[in-house]
Design a binder for this molecule. Structure first.
Ligand code: AMP
Ligand code: MG
Length: 362
């Protein structure tokens, strides 16, 4: 039987500000002739970036080349999918009128398809068609006034997947008001593609870290596993270290990204069901094989809280902080626990039996 786990109250305050910042602890060390060559490109997708390639010490030119390729993959995804760039493919799609054929790259069509599938898989918690709601809350922050219910209803009705038709070569909107925002998925996709570029360049191991969301594969120079530190950004303590043979870790959290309107803090993640900022889970860390999945589910669980665990696909594990104020609860899926190198504090079975995962017995 698979059940979720309730962590003891002792660490609750420390974990309220949980983040998934990764510290890759072996970069640059030598062992058995292998080295890690790193690169720290200037801001990509509004955040910091670390790339690493593990090669034989005679092969650093290969590593440099691989890292350059990985960086250009990340920048290409940003150029195509950012809503912050007026000439991105997504900005052109958003500005298009109804029935206009909007040509899109294969990458952008792939991400739009994945986003549409994610809306089904997450029961609507992840919905990239919330563009008008994101813009409404942005304006609300600028004028320091919470939107009215009528404004929320209008923004919600303006955009949904039925209004967007995807083809292999692009998209056609059935209504001009439909707008997408790939901010919850493009980063994960970019990380996967950049890791793939490293892999194809023939390196023995690699790491792509975009602002704490990351993917690793192969081996670091002196360890068969990668070590990812999950820490509390407000304090010196770390929660624990994850030991990964490869895979992705993504974190979503309203503690770090929020706006203040009329004196209240609001998350940057929108609950598509209400049109209002999500408040179910201040911090969610997801571990999955692909960064695409981890990115999607970190956002989706921020909307649903632990109730979303039952929808998690096999192989996707999550650690979340649920609740508000003094009522915080820390929950993780069973498969999550063995990945932590340092024992998590007092782990007790959930007394009130939170929802089990899809496919598990009750
Ligand atoms: P993340 O920080 O990875 O959870 O991504 C959050 C970003 O995804 C936001 O800044 C928005 O651009 C977008 N977003 C917000 N709410 C949602 C949602 N419910 N579904 C899909 N994307 C969202
Ligand atoms: Mg994310």
């Amino acid at each position: 039987m698979r059940k979720d786990t309730f962590l003891g109250a002792a660490l609750i305050l420390a974990l309220a500000a949980l983040t998934g910042v990764a510290l890759w602890q072996t970069a640059g060390r030598h062992a058995g002739g292998r080295v890690a060559v790193t690169r720290h490109p200037e801001r990509i997708m509004g955040t910091t970036c670390t790339l690493a390639a593990v090669v034989n010490s005679r092969d650093t030119a290969r590593a440099e080349d691989a890292l350059r390729r990985a960086e250009s993959v990340l920048r290409a995804v940003e150029a195509r999918m950012s809503v912050w760039l007026a000439d991105s493919e997504i900005s052109r799609l958003n500005a298009a009128s109804a029935a206009e054929q909007v040509p899109l790259s294969r990458d952008t069509v792939a991400v739009l398809r994945a986003a549409r599938d994610a809306a089904d898989q997450t029961g609507g918690a992840f919905d990239a068609t919330i563009g008008p709601l994101i813009e409404l809350w942005k304006r609300a922050a600028e004028r320091d006034r919470v939107p009215t219910q009528a404004e929320l209803d209008e923004a919600r009705a303006a955009s949904h997947w039925d209004l967007i038709e995807l083809t292999d070569a692009g998209a056609v909107k059935r209504g001009a008001s439909a707008r997408v925002d790939l901010g919850g998925i493009a980063k994960g996709y970019a990380i996967d593609r950049a890791a793939q570029a490293l892999h194809r360049a023939g390196v023995a191991g690699g790491l792509v870290d975009l602002g704490g969301d990351l993917k690793c594969f192969g081996e670091p120079p002196d360890d068969p596993h990668w070590t990812v530190e999950v820490k509390n950004p407000l304090g010196v303590t770390r929660l624990s270290r994850l030991r990964l043979a490869g895979g992705a870790v993504c974190t979503s959290g309203s503690y770090a990204r929020f706006t203040v309107i009329e004196g209240e803090r609001y998350s940057h993640i929108i609950d598509p069901r209400t049109g209002r900022p999500a408040d179910a889970a201040p911090s969610v860390t997801v571990i999955a094989r692909s960064a695409l999945s981890a990115d999607i589910w970190a956002t989706a669980l921020s909307v649903t809280g632990p109730h979303g665990f039952k929808r998690l696909p096999k192989g996707v594990e999550a650690l979340i902080v649920a609740g508000t104020g003094e009522d915080h609860r820390i929950l993780c899926t069973d498969g999550c626990r063995p990945l932590f190198m340092d024992p998590l504090p007092r782990v007790t079975p959930a007394g009130s039996a939170p929802p089990t995962r899809a496919g598990s017995s009750p």
